[in-house]
Design a protein around this ligand. Structure first.
Ligand SMILES: C[S@@+](CC[C@H](N)C(=O)[O-])C[C@H]1O[C@@H](n2cnc3c(N)ncnc32)[C@H](O)[C@@H]1O
Length: 304
């Protein structure tokens, strides 16, 4: 089956132009990537929205994605930005994640975890991630907080997601989405379409696209992480280190391996005596000094 993001590669970046979350998560992940030693692994690198910004600032990124078209766009954008040498792209499914050597930082930004609809698949992928992390490494990801009231208000209601000018045709484009929520299955089926307009505002082309996504509750995620061998180092309710309270629209998880594994990926075998997170070398340079605080996207590693 064709990866579902293939149909969105040509509109992905433009559709995010008005996205507040995209604006907030970009500096968070870029600054996180820059603090990591060794190549950062981004699961679901997409069009390279984050990876390319980190590469421009000197970080090497291994970007993994199963969508050939998203990767093609990423490759082109990386080339245009002059950072192809710092971005290694791998077309693969997360389920087959196997790195040449354990990573110090694996990130899965922008609720990509919600693209994995089956809990069993999520657990398998999380376990793979744990196996591919270095003993002091971090796995960082985020997902949106499901708001049932909001969902019911938007259920089956088409709305304009973005308006932009197509860079190739010069035409005005209206990007519509309509989500259908299945509360029992925790699934969202989205039908999206683009209307391309001529100078008189007449639709000259409409193209439909579809995808399915899901949501995960905080405690459900916590349980899945634990089962997969990942422990929560910190959980934030926004990208500035804020708390998970009623106003939180995202969960930002900072996790590490619970235990050293008997055997690591690709023959790497961290021994049982390998120190766990926090007991030896820090995985990342310390957060910015006091005063950096929220505005500087400081990560506060507070144990739970
Ligand atoms: C929401 S986009 C995020 C893209 C990018 N990280 C960003 O922040 O803009 C999710 C990406 O994950 C990829 N993806 C989803 N499920 C995947 C899977 N099972 N294996 C590999 N890639 C997957 C999609 O193709 C898509 O490019």
């Amino acid at each position: 089956m064709q990866p579902q993001y293939d149909d969105f590669a040509d509109v992905y970046e433009q559709s995010l132009e008005d996205s507040e979350l995209a604006r907030q998560n970009l500096p968070f992940y870029v600054s996180l990537y820059l603090k990591a030693r060794g190549p950062v692994v981004e699961l679901g690198v997409g069009t390279g929205r984050i990876a390319i910004e980190a590469a421009k600032r000197g970080q090497s990124v291994i970007g993994i994605d199963n969508s050939p078209r998203m990767l093609e766009t990423c490759r082109k954008r990386a080339h245009e930005a002059g950072v192809s040498g710092r971005i290694q792209l791998v077309q693969a499914d997360f389920r087959e994640l196997k790195l040449d050597r354990p990573a110090q930082l694996i990130a899965m930004p922008f609720h990509t975890i919600c693209d994995i609809g089956e809990a069993s698949d999520r657990r398998a992928i999380l376990a793979r991630i744990a196996q591919n992390l270095s003993p002091q490494g971090l796995f960082v990801f985020d997902h949106f907080v499901f708001d049932a009231d909001l969902a019911m208000r938007y259920d089956n209601v088409p709305h304009i997601e973005a308006e932009y000018t197509d860079p190739d045709t010069g035409r005005e484009v209206i990007f519509w989405t309509c989500g259908m929520y299945d509360l029992e299955e925790q699934q969202i089926r989205v039908v999206a379409w683009t209307d391309e307009l001529d100078r008189d505002g007449v639709v000259v082309r409409r193209r439909y696209r579809r995808y399915t996504s899901c949501w995960v509750e905080t405690e459900q995620m916590r349980a899945e992480l634990a089962e997969a061998g990942l422990k929560v180092v910190a959980l934030h309710g926004d990208f500035k280190g804020g708390p998970v309270d009623d106003d939180a629209v995202v969960n930002v998880w900072i996790t590490s391996r619970s235990e050293p594994f008997d055997s690591g990926p690709a023959g790497a075998s961290p021994s049982r005596s390998t120190p766990s997170h926090g007991s030896a070398a820090r995985p990342l340079p310390p957060p910015p000094p006091a005063g950096g605080g929220k505005g500087a996207y400081a990560l506060t590693y507070r144990p739970f």
